[in-house]
Design a binder for this molecule. Structure first.
Ligand code: TYD
Length: 209
């Protein structure tokens, strides 16, 4: 099929996804692969504009409104960036993807699962990751990392939700990964980043190691 690899990174705030994405990018480039690094919400001009609205602490959309915004961004991102890259045979590393909507807007936000699934499918045209890493960390530790990164207070609107919200996010990702099938790998993120990266490499398909 000449299709590349689509690898997504999920987890709560401050779980270290971005660092691991960068390390994997470097590793794969060293192995001669074309690598596209991107994120959600984001990755195109339209989607980055949606991101700015979604994460603006001055706004207060409800979870279904968030979902519509996210899916508009996702559709643009898949059509303009992810699918063309996969068709070229690139490895696409995406910091969050449709599973984040299942967790944040669905399992935690209360939007019905069937609605999230339907909108995800519409936006992605059925595209699913080949592999999804869930970086797992107690919510308190993740938030503490975000706090240090932002020199104190919370960064964006969603980081700023109460601790209980972030605990539910963690549990929901674990639940999703456990029942979600073969593409999920849960990585214990509460350890140094070198060791974490070794664990991650062990989970890669042979041709990407
Ligand atoms: P970001 O700063 O990228 O968070 P992180 O560094 O933790 O990845 O902000 C993205 C936020 O958007 C994050 O709080 C999760 C939220 N989000 C959703 O609620 N639903 C989604 O489908 C996606 C992709 C993100």
């Amino acid at each position: 099929m000449g299709r590349g690899w689509f690898i997504t990174f999920e987890g709560g705030e401050g779980s270290g996804k971005t660092t691991q994405v960068r390390r994997l990018e470097e590793h794969l480039r060293g192995g001669g692969h074309e690598v596209v690094v991107t994120r959600e919400p984001g990755g195109t001009a339209v989607a980055e504009a949606v991101r700015a609205v979604l994460l603006d602490p001055a706004q207060d959309p409800d979870p279904l409104t968030e979902l519509f915004l996210l899916e508009a961004a996702r559709r643009d991102h898949v059509e303009r960036v992810i699918r063309p890259a996969l068709e070229r045979g690139a490895v696409v590393l995406c910091d969050r993807f449709a599973d984040s909507s299942v967790v944040y807007q669905g399992l935690v936000g209360g939007v019905e699962a069937a609605t999230v699934e339907r909108l995800n499918r519409l936006a992605t045209g059925g595209l699913e990751p080949d592999l999804t890493f869930v970086l797992d960390l107690p919510a308190e530790e993740g938030l503490a990392r975000v706090g240090r990164r932002n020199g104190g207070g919370s960064g964006n609107r969603i980081d700023g939700h109460p601790l209980e919200f972030h605990r539910r996010v963690r549990d929901a990702f674990l639940e999703l990964a456990r029942r979600g099938g073969r593409r999920f790998r849960i990585l214990p993120a509460r350890q140094d980043e070198d060791r974490l990266f070794e664990l991650l490499l062990d989970e890669l398909p042979e041709e990407l190691r």
